[in-house]
Design a protein around this ligand. Structure first.
Ligand code: SF4
Ligand code: SF4
Length: 177
């Protein structure tokens, strides 16, 4: 089992429904977020290309956030999901510094928080909150080890990229282009 997500940059309309659904599902405090929308423009006028991306923790295979955590609070669970145990986190911020994607934030209650691929929902056979609400269906979640999963098929059929591949983190959120 290796969970992954695809995000279709051609379908995203930047509505932020995924952000709001995540905040509600995961009790993210007001003013903070576990996922966010990025608007990226490339090229030069008049040949501009705009891309909208729903971003979150990339649930990397090679995890600087876990390696730098001095207490073991940051750890990897089944399916490659990277999590933080709040009770073990001392709020040192080493993981925030180590993450090349700025995917973690200080929770006002004194620990570091981030996307968990909604593992509490996945355990019950549900998909993530962001995937469930996306009105354009641009987000897909599933098992990369299953060749018949929707994520596996999309990665076979479409062109894709990961963010900051030069960081060597082996991200498991893939952006369909
Ligand atoms: S995106 Fe950042 S927080 Fe998430 S697993 Fe990768 S390095 Fe760690
Ligand atoms: S802030 Fe918490 S999770 Fe992050 S490195 Fe420090 S103890 Fe580990």
């Amino acid at each position: 089992m290796r969970y992954a997500m695809t995000m279709d940059t051609r379908k995203c309309v930047g509505c932020s429904d995924c952000v709001v659904a995540c905040q509600t599902e995961n009790n993210v405090p007001l003013g903070y977020c576990r996922d966010w929308i990025v608007e990226h423009t490339a090229g030069t006028y008049p040949h501009l290309d705009m891309e909208l991306r729903s971003e979150r923790c990339n649930q990397c295979d090679n995890t600087p956030c876990v390696r730098t955590c001095p207490t073991g609070a940051s750890h990897v669970i089944e399916g490659g999901i990277v999590k933080v145990t709040p009770e073990e986190c001392i709020g040192c911020g080493a993981c925030i510094q180590a993450c090349p994607y700025d995917a973690r934030y200080f929770h006002p209650d004194g620990y570091v928080d981030k996307c968990t691929f909604c593992d509490h929902r996945v355990k019950k056979g549900q998909t993530t909150a962001c995937v469930a609400v996306c009105p354009t269906k641009c987000l897909t979640f599933g098992d990369l080890d299953d060749p018949n999963s929707d994520v596996s098929k999309l990665l076979r059929d479409r062109k894709w990229k990961v963010l900051a591949p030069e960081a060597g983190t082996k991200p498991h959120v893939f952006f369909l282009t």
